[in-house]
Design a protein around this ligand. Structure first.
Ligand code: IPE
Ligand code: IPE
Ligand code: MG
Length: 256
């Protein structure tokens, strides 16, 4: 099923399957802290603990790809001290966690526009990616200075540069080949904690047929039970990709 690997909008996962790829907008850290009269950054620190737990749950459940929104291209608009804390936390987490990730056969990659990061952070990212490049139990992608629109425009620019003389028009496949997660199936399940029901410029192209799950639970409170609820909700859904329910009956055509 090669096309399923490239695009989940072509293959049809069975109802009851565990999602192969989960994408999460980890929202609500600031409110979690405010509720406790703590500074916002305390929420980000606690949020990192949730990341560790969610990675472990994904490994247990056999989820193959996990993509986490850590810092959006719009998050630079936050107060300078919060941005700087987030960058330091990111650097520290990379340094502290990478060996453990490697030991657990987890591949780490960072997606987003690295050009605005300082050289030391970029080097730490590249080292972590290189160390874990051969791992295949779970592919953990951290979206940092990531924007879905940036990803698409970047892909268009790379595509045009790679085939400057093409005159007969580009296809969706031509473009998607240059997106950050080109080699990863599109997300099956999108989870957003923190109560907002929006995409906030996350994986715009890749979410075309993803199942959405929104919860009021704040990211630092997103525990094992909350994660299990999201998976359960996904497993009950029938994914049709434009077809009718009847077409999905056992023995019917499964591919275009
Ligand atoms: C998400 O939590 C983390 C980042 C955007 C880095 P927030 O910091 O957005 O938390 P709220 O939405 O203010 O509660
Ligand atoms: C989205 O959260 C980005 C991350 C979780 C990293 P925000 O809290 O920044 O989203 P908006 O701006 O409120 O939509
Ligand atoms: Mg927020």
């Amino acid at each position: 099923m090669l096309s399923r690997l490239i695009s989940s909008t072509r293959g049809i996962p069975e109802r009851g399957d565990v999602p192969e790829h989960i994408a999460i907008v980890m929202d609500g850290n600031g409110r979690w802290a405010r509720k406790r009269l703590l500074p916002r950054v305390a929420g980000h620190k606690r949020g990192l603990e949730t990341v560790r737990k969610v990675v472990a749950r994904c490994m247990e459940q056999g989820v193959r790809h996990l993509t986490l929104f850590a810092f959006s291209s719009e998050n630079w608009r936050r107060p300078a001290d919060e941005v700087s804390f987030l960058m330091q936390l990111f650097m520290q987490a990379l340094r502290e966690e990478v060996k453990k990730l490697h030991k657990n056969n987890i591949r780490l990659r960072v997606i987003g526009d690295m050009s605005r990061f300082d050289a030391e952070l970029v080097e730490t990212i590249r080292e972590a990616e290189a160390l874990t490049a051969g791992n295949d139990a779970l592919c953990l992608s951290i979206a940092a200075n990531y924007g879905g629109r940036w990803d698409i425009v970047n892909a268009v620019n790379v595509m045009l540069r790679s085939q400057p003389d093409k005159r007969d028009g580009f296809t969706e496949d031509d473009l998607s080949r240059h997106l950050c997660l080109a080699d990863v199936p599109e997300p099956d399940l999108y989870i957003r904690t923190g109560g907002e029901q929006r995409v906030s410029n996350f994986l715009l192209w890749q979410l075309a047929y993803t199942e959405f799950y929104f919860t009021d639970c704040l990211w630092p409170d997103f525990d094992e039970e909350a994660f299990a609820k999201a998976i359960e909700s996904y497993r009950k859904r029938e994914r049709r990709f434009g077809r009718t329910s009847e077409q999905l009956a056992p023995g019917s055509i499964k591919q275009d």
